[in-house]
Design a protein around this ligand. Sequence first.
Ligand code: APR
Ligand code: PHB
Length: 393
Amino acid sequence: MENLKTQVAIIGSGPAGLLLGQLLYKAGISHIIIEQRSADYVASRIRAGILEQVSVDLLNQAGVDENLKKFGLPHEGIEILSNGSKHRVDLSALTQGKQVTVYGQTEVTKDLMQAREAADLCTYYEAQDVQVHDFDQQQPYVTFQQNGQSFRLACDFIAGCDGYHGVCRASVPQDKIKTFEKVYPFGWLGVLADVPPVSDELIYVQSERGFALCSMRSKTHSRYYLQVPVTDHVEEWSDERFWDELKNRLDEESRNNLVTGTSIEKSIAPLRSFVTEPMRFGKLFLAGDAAHIVPPTGAKGLNLAASDIAYLSSALIDFYQNNSTQGIDEYSEKCLTRVWKAERFSWWMTHLLHRFETESEFDHKIKQAELNYILDSHAGLTTLAENYVGLPY
Ligand code: APR
Ligand code: PHB
């Protein structure tokens, strides 16, 4: 058994763990990341791609925004296509100049990994049998194996950034934790393709055939999604079938502008809303997907992981620099207040734009009326825009 020691043990090297590591490093606080997958696997996962301004600011504060500044695409509006007619939501005009940035989570992850490598920071990849111990006591520690060798990592705090299926949340005694969950009866079939996007801005599509989303990663790279039954298999969706169905959900102008091509990646993701309360258990903090999941409709997943890390990094920095436990004590409540607002928004967008097989004709009509109201009302559009660009920390 090899004995290791650090101030903060971070479990998981997704965006949450990597960003926390970078912010702690900049503040002179030692940490080690333990990740169960390989570095290649972590760097190649395809995920969402919209950053709120506050997330962009945090990446700047972490000193990892060089590529983001160069290649990120600022967007001042989105389009909503409802029953064949398009409405532009002028995000900037409705929010006193705020905007979002199109930049893939895959790129954020790569930038953070590169910064980590440049600073020679310690990560144990392909760690097995990771276990967190004694986080309800003064001296927590983590045990794991790598390449047949056993490790024991002593630390002051453990940051559980290990995603929805991670070990940290699962290690909390049942009577100390409460979870809230909603599972949706459909998934998103996503396609990444080397073709220019159909439009300069994202198009969220509500149609009788179901939801669709036209997104992008760059001016030459598109990301499209279709609402599909959660029971569908990706093998049932040839590229041709995908593009045909997308065209069926679009308006004529977009249909004519759509450039199709061979898919680079194709996958189906189920939709889920999920929250854990609280988010701190003694010396163990949960952050990002380990604590909450949102359906992707509002593009909030990565941004919520970033806001948790903003709160957690400043709490830990305050503890080490000023000997204050205030940030630590307030961590869970502060995060959850913001998390639930984003959960509400993501649920609402999902509800409003998707087709639910089980809804009555009356419910369907009411939903259409709500969407019409939102799109015709300055107050309604402001609510949408304010949430979409991101609520303040
Ligand atoms: N031990 C070590 N690492 C683990 C363990 C474990 N037992 N279980 C999971 N992990 C790792 C995963 O392999 C993954 O690399 O934890 C990491 C968690 O990363 P993410 O799932 O990307 O979660 P997070 O960093 O919170 O990022 C949230 O990702 O899923 C999207 O919508 C979500 O955009 C949001 C973002
Ligand atoms: C994406 O580009 O992957 C994306 C964009 C907006 C969303 C969800 C996903 O709401």
